[in-house]
Design a protein. Structure first.
Length: 133
């Protein structure tokens, strides 16, 4: 069950480029952290703070990455690789055969640092270093 909350934020029926990156980021969180091996996170509702923080992560990444570095990569893949790379999941920008482009994007992710999901006292999924909406 993918949590594509951004569908409600469509403009004219189309999601914006950053929204598509954010959806890829959220899908990667679900893929890596909310699988059948983790009942607590798999069944937790996602907090509003998680979405605000994820959006802030995407905006910061886009601020750091020049447009030419993102050429040839779909927005959803950018979001997915952003989560995987920054958290050392063994896949991401660096292993897509992008050469110097992948190396530069990996360096940006490393500068952003790792972030983890956890279930808070409110029984909702959160991210470390959250930004309150």
């Amino acid at each position: 069950m993918l949590r594509k909350l951004l569908l409600s934020h469509r403009r004219g029926g189309l999601m914006t480029y950053p929204q598509r990156i954010l959806n890829g980021y959220l899908e990667a969180i679900e893929f890596t952290d909310c699988g059948p091996d983790d009942d607590e996170r798999q069944n937790a509702a996602w907090s509003d703070d998680l979405f605000a923080t994820a959006q802030a992560h995407v905006i910061e990444f886009l601020r750091m990455a020049s447009d030419h570095l993102l050429n040839g990569i779909t927005p959803e893949q950018i979001g997915h690789d952003l989560w995987l790379t920054r958290n050392g999941h063994g896949a991401g920008f660096w292993d897509r055969g992008l050469g110097a482009q992948g190396d530069s994007l990996t360096a940006i992710c490393e500068a952003l640092g790792e972030v983890w999901s956890y279930v808070g006292d409110d029984d909702q999924l959160h991210l470390t270093g959250e930004v309150t909406p």
